[in-house]
Design a protein around this ligand. Structure first.
Ligand SMILES: *Cc1c(COP(=O)(O)O)cnc(C)c1O
Length: 463
């Protein structure tokens, strides 16, 4: 049966040629990269699904904005335009531009967290986890159980487990819990959305304990689309109103603008209450780490393009096409009987590598094994979201076992076509066919102490 593909609400004005290396060339590139896909050159990838971060295609309007950017050091018009747009969309009093999402984390977290404290999240993204730990605190993931069952097609599998959160708050007490982070959509759990009800409940609970809530907002627009599509009572509410309501349930947001704001570089930090005592600290940290607070590590043209991208990212026709791409690819995998974190999430398909390669132990990194096979098979670059990415316990140094072993196919925004998605599904079906011949995984021969998956070296374990 044919699977529905929502047509692109745009046409193509500028194209970039792709090339496909031979199988022998791809094999040589893998060896040279020490089996770390971050070590490959972009031009050696036929379809690059490593990330949806900063890889989107800007619109003609955004490129026009690049020319209009005001490069004044302080008080640029592009800064005013960006802050005005962001305040209007999110309803927050203070908005700080920064160069990307992790910069917002670096500026904000040390003001809220320190040694001995914990931060609790539905699920921390890797850089967010790193910045909590760099601030001296520890991370606790508290996602609903359904997230750990890829075949369970429940809606809002990105939610916080509210009962467990309450238990944790009682156990640690308000003195030790410095922050609650709501990651929307829940990236590491497969781009799974968080419901409005869950945001409301977490915010009420946090309020009772006097703990601040921060939205990790990289994919807030995709999350809003899922609320409109799937949550009772929101079918007729415009995305812009849903966004306002979502953000009303937090005190801060940190945002990588490289995702739903469709720019190649940028980030934001928001503070809901203009009277917050933290704004001065945010400005001070920003000046030290990022640049003066009216540009925060961005050039004027970046801020101009970001202001435009914020609006384009919440357009309902765009979001229907965007989420439609995930549903289409998910549908192709259903037909090939390939398991993934279902239903399809917002920014990619997270293939259940543990189900495809059940004989590969987590200490040999099934998600990384499948990612390497995809490159070998068709020049498709993806990445592991599993034990390989999770790394070692910061206290004991032992390899942690992730809740799942995914190979993430992150889909860049407005970049690839229906036929590209067909190629991806065909390559996966081919690998599934020969999966029993893939006997062993990989071992790490070198790794840095933190965020290891970006840099580590691997080698295949002999069968
Ligand atoms: C990408 C991302 C970040 C970090 O943002 P960068 O722009 O890559 O620094 C933080 N949280 C989530 C959920 C993300 O997806």
């Amino acid at each position: 049966m044919a699977i529905k593909y929502f047509p692109e609400p745009f046409r193509i004005k500028s194209v970039e040629p792709l090339r496909m290396l031979s199988r022998e060339e791809r094999e040589a590139r893998l060896v040279a990269a020490k089996y770390n896909l971050f070590g490959l050159k972009g031009e050696d990838c036929y379809i690059d699904l490593l990330t949806d971060s900063g890889t989107g295609a800007m619109s003609a309007e955004q490129w026009a904005g690049i020319m209009r950017g005001d490069e004044a050091y302080a008080g640029a018009a592009s800064y005013d335009k960006l802050v005005g747009t962001a305040r209007d969309i999110f309803g927050y009093d203070y908005v700080q531009p920064v160069h990307q999402g992790r910069a917002a984390e670096k500026v904000l977290f040390p003001l809220l967290l320190s040694s001995g404290k914990v931060a609790i999240s539905n699920m921390f993204f890797d850089t967010t986890r790193a910045h909590v730990e760099l601030a001296g605190a520890r991370c606790i993931d508290c996602v609903v159980e359904a997230a750990r069952r890829p075949a369970d097609r429940a809606s809002f599998k990105g939610n916080m487990d509210v009962a467990r959160l309450e238990q944790l708050l009682r156990e640690y007490g308000p003195e030790r819990v410095g922050l609650i982070v709501m990651t929307i959509t829940n990236n590491s759990a497969g781009g799974q959305p968080v419901s409005m009800r869950n945001l409301r409940e977490v915010s009420a609970l946090a309020g009772r304990y006097g703990i601040p809530v921060c939205i990790d907002a990289a994919r807030y627009a995709e999350n809003a689309y899922f609320i409109q599509r799937d949550e009772t009572g929101y079918q007729d509410v415009p995305i812009s109103r849903i966004v306002r309501e979502m953000f009303s349930h937090a005190d801060f947001f940190t945002m990588s603008a490289k995702k739903d704001a469709i720019v190649n570089m940028g980030g934001l930090l928001g503070v809901r209450d203009g009277a917050s005592g933290l704004i001065q600290g945010i400005k001070a940290n920003c000046i030290s780490y990022e640049g003066f607070y009216t540009y925060g590590g961005l050039s004027g043209r970046d801020m101009e393009a970001l202001a435009i991208g914020l609006r384009e990212g919440i357009d309902e026709n765009y979001l229907r096409y965007r989420i439609g791409q995930m549903e289409y690819l998910g549908g192709l995998l259903d037909q090939a009987d390939i398991a993934y974190q279902a239903p399809a999430g917002g920014h990619g398909i997270f293939v259940d590598a543990a189900a495809l390669l059940p004989h590969i132990h987590y200490t040999e990194y099934p998600g990384q094994v499948l990612a390497i096979e995809l490159y070998r098979e068709a020049g498709i670059r993806s990445c592991d979201i599993g034990s390989y990415m999770l790394g070692n316990d910061p206290d004991t140094g032992e390899q942690l076992q992730a809740s799942f072993e995914f190979t993430r196919l992150a889909i860049p925004r407005r970049v690839y076509t229906q036929a590209h998605l067909d190629v991806v599904a065909e390559a996966l079906a081919e690998i599934k066919h020969r999966a029993h011949q893939i006997r062993r995984g990989y071992r790490i021969t070198w790794e840095p102490p933190i965020l290891r998956h970006f840099q580590s070296s691997l080698e295949p374990i002999a069968a």
